[in-house]
Write a protein that binds this ligand. Structure first.
Ligand SMILES: [Zn+2]
Ligand SMILES: [Zn+2]
Length: 83
């Protein structure tokens, strides 16, 4: 069974509807300013930031930190997991 992950916070659910019905604490517009969004890549053992190349063992670990190459400016947003 494939799990669904939020690309912002790494929240794991069993269905897309369960995922996108909840508000996301790491939404780019601000904490709980929007809903979880589906991470469309496959489940991996390492996730890499598409912007700076930083890796982490989970989406939540990667997106817990801000990215120094974020398009909004250094540290103005979180790492974004590559697909
Ligand atoms: Zn989320
Ligand atoms: Zn990054």
């Amino acid at each position: 069974m494939n799990h669904c992950f939020c690309k912002y916070c790494g929240q794991k659910t069993l269905s897309i509807s369960a995922l996108t019905s909840g508000s996301c604490p790491r939404h780019p517009d601000g904490p709980s300013k929007g809903r979880h969004a589906l991470y469309e890549g496959s489940e991996k053992t390492r996730y890499q930031c598409i912007l700076c190349g930083q890796t982490a063992g989970s989406i939540s670990g990667l997106t817990s930190a801000t990215c120094h190459r974020h398009p909004n400016g250094p540290g103005k947003g979180r790492h974004q997991p590559a697909l």
